[in-house]
Write a protein that binds this ligand. Structure first.
Ligand code: DGT
Ligand code: CA
Ligand code: ZN
Length: 574
């Protein structure tokens, strides 16, 4: 499945590069449309290619079909490689900075002779960017922030990027007869929103075989260390992967150690010492007798410390150790199987690529019972927002589709823009006809904390608004959260019975884990929305579930775990 998304990404990058070269706008659009349509295809393109049916995908003609075939065969598209070579790397780097477009990048390179991010940073600090059209003092500080974000982004990758790669590696290593247990550890097992490196733990009768197989994987770019039981390598996405083989007798101890977090482990070690025990990656030992008293399983490790099993997502030393040591109940965290519906899906009526019927099919395949269609509202023109008429037509179409469906329901929703003054993009009269009204901010991020907070609380006070989507507006590695008075937001959400969304799109994850936990503690329900723009993206639900788990959420906290009828009842206002 990686193929489709990988190729879509390259097509988008080709579009960017062509745009830089002032290429024919239709050609640019053709690549973008092809990319979006590829993302919407639920079957692996290599399967479609085998049947010679690539040109049946909308927007894919002979030329693009050829490029897809080339990628499947060689892992590369020569046209793309050539384009990249002929575009200077500083150019490519500059346009990734938020606020710098192609024209500004050109000016920076030719007028100011910027040759590196570092050079740009120095000039911005020294206020030397004025004189470049479109670049004032405010932009200088934005550029500095942008550079900082990009630096951070390079050190850490998103969960949604790292997880499929790690799963691909473990899937391949699992095929070896010498592999016993194999588990992804570290921050990835704790499902943190970003990850620095991939840690994998294996038990095996033949460690060397595992090591050789690992460093021989096709996507390994550079081997950093190759030992008898531990190897490290960079994969082609420039992420470091560490694989360790341990004895089955120490597997639990190693799992605990390499899952972390480091802070959680340090806390456990202190508890151990108080009990006359010592723990490390090999097991639990009695300090006096030096005898090993446990280490085969994680459960056993926790038990010897007088603790119940603590799920990896809670191991952040945010109070879990104290609380469970005192006998508090370990929450029964939700998991993907508990999800009965998706609260945030776009269709081709606005900026998505699939029809309602396509989405329904994909949702049924996921065993969902319902899905909320929530296209953009009229003001959001760049995202194809629906006019009142179009929305009313869509609601009617949804009612018709429901007549034909058994055991599945489409709920008519909308992602209504919260305008700059906190009013909504549709009248109450229109909103009243929807099953679920989700409101969110897409413009005017630069308002003050006070203004933004009031804008959102005003939206919550509307009696038709059920959910606030992507509350903070952050885009991981791209845009920070805008400032909000969270106490006021939570208080108003509670008072108005407004649900907060956990947006599951991999670069949003908004609410994040800490805010979702605080929302729960404030008595607020949460709804997970994949924010899908294609049927394939319904997959992102799992990343929303990760956030929910890290926020200690149980079924009772999450709307998706209710049936449609139960959820609609809970969403009622007043
Ligand atoms: P990351 O990679 O920054 O996203 O986060 P982690 O948690 O995966 O950190 P990493 O890869 O440095 O180490 C993996 C685990 O190994 C970590 O969660 C806990 C354990 N570990 C690493 N260094 C230490 C240490 O100095 N002390 C203890 N107790 N544990 C450590
Ligand atoms: Ca790690
Ligand atoms: Zn949105």
């Amino acid at each position: 499945m990686i193929n489709n998304l990988e190729i879509a990404k390259i097509f988008n990058q080709i579009a960017d590069l062509l745009e830089l070269k002032d290429e024919n706008i239709f050609r640019v659009r053709a690549y973008r449309r092809a990319a979006q349509n590829l993302e919407a295809v639920t079957e692996d393109v290599s399967e479609i290619a085998k049947r010679k049916e690539l040109t049946k995908i909308p927007g894919i003609g002979e030329d693009l079909a050829g490029k897809i075939t080339e990628f499947i065969k060689t892992g590369k598209i020569r046209f793309f490689e050539k384009l990249k070579k002929h575009t200077s790397s500083i150019y490519l780097e500059l346009i990734t900075i938020p606020g710098i477009g192609p024209k500004t990048a050109e000016e920076l390179i030719y007028k100011l002779k910027i040759k590196s991010l570092k050079g740009l940073e120095e000039k911005a600090r020294g206020h030397k960017l004025s004189g470049i059209p479109g670049l004032g003092e405010k932009t200088e500080s934005n550029i500095l922030k942008g550079i900082e974000l990009i630096r951070k982004g390079r050190e850490r990758v998103m969960l949604g990027t790292a997880l499929p790669l790690a799963e691909d590696i473990t899937r391949r290593l699992k095929k070896l007869p010498e592999t016993g247990e194999i588990v992804i550890c570290g921050s990835l097992r704790r499902q943190k929103e970003t990850i620095r490196d991939i840690d994998i733990l294996v038990t095996s009768s033949n460690p060397r075989k595992i090591m050789n197989a690992f460093i021989g994987l096709p996507f390994i770019k550079r081997v950093l260390a190759h030992g008898p039981t531990k190897s490290s390598a960079l994969i082609k996405e420039d992420i470091q992967v560490d694989v360790r083989v341990v004895e089955p007798e120490s597997f639990g101890a190693a799992l605990l150690y390499f899952t972390g977090s480091k802070e959680h482990n340090i806390h456990l070690r202190k508890i151990a010492v108080k009990k006359g025990l010592k723990i490390n990656e090999y097991g639990v030992f009695n300090i006096k007798t030096k005898k090993k008293v446990g280490g085969k399983t994680e459960e056993e490790m926790y038990k010897t410390l007088g603790l119940p099993y603590i799920p990896p997502e809670l191991r952040e030393d945010r109070g879990e150790v104290e609380s469970f040591a005192k006998g508090a109940r370990v929450p029964r965290l939700i998991d993907l199987n508990d999800i009965k519906g998706d609260y945030h899906v776009h269709t081709k009526a606005s900026d998505g690529s699939n029809s309602i019927e396509d989405i329904v099919k994909a949702a049924i395949a996921k065993n969902y019972e319902y899905v909320v269609i929530s296209d953009h509202s009229k003001s959001l023109k760049i995202a194809g927002g629906l006019s009142e008429d179009e929305l009313l037509k869509q609601i009617k179409a949804i009612r018709e589709i429901n007549k034909r469906l058994k055991n599945f329901r489409v709920l008519a929703g909308s992602e209504v823009d919260i305008l700059e003054d906190g009013s909504l993009d549709y009248s109450d009269e229109i909103l009243a006809r929807l099953d679920v009204v989700t409101a969110s901010i897409h413009t005017g991020f630069k308002q003050s904390k006070e203004k933004l907070t009031t804008r959102i609380t005003r939206a919550m006070q509307n009696k038709y608004v059920n959910i606030i989507a992507h509350l903070s507006g952050r885009l991981i590695g791209e845009r920070d959260a805008y400032p909000l008075n969270m106490d006021r937001i939570f208080k108003t959400a509670r008072e108005t019975n407004t649900t907060l969304e956990i947006n599951a799109f991999p670069n949003r994850l908004d609410l994040d884990d800490t805010n979702a936990k605080r929302a729960k503690e404030s008595g607020i329900m949460m709804a997970i929305g994949s924010d899908s723009h294609s049927a394939l993206q319904l997959e992102s639900m799992k990343y929303g579930v990760s956030v929910a788990r890290r926020a200690w959420l149980e079924k009772k906290d999450v709307l998706n775990c209710l049936t449609a009828d139960e959820a609609l009842k809970r969403l009622k206002k007043g």
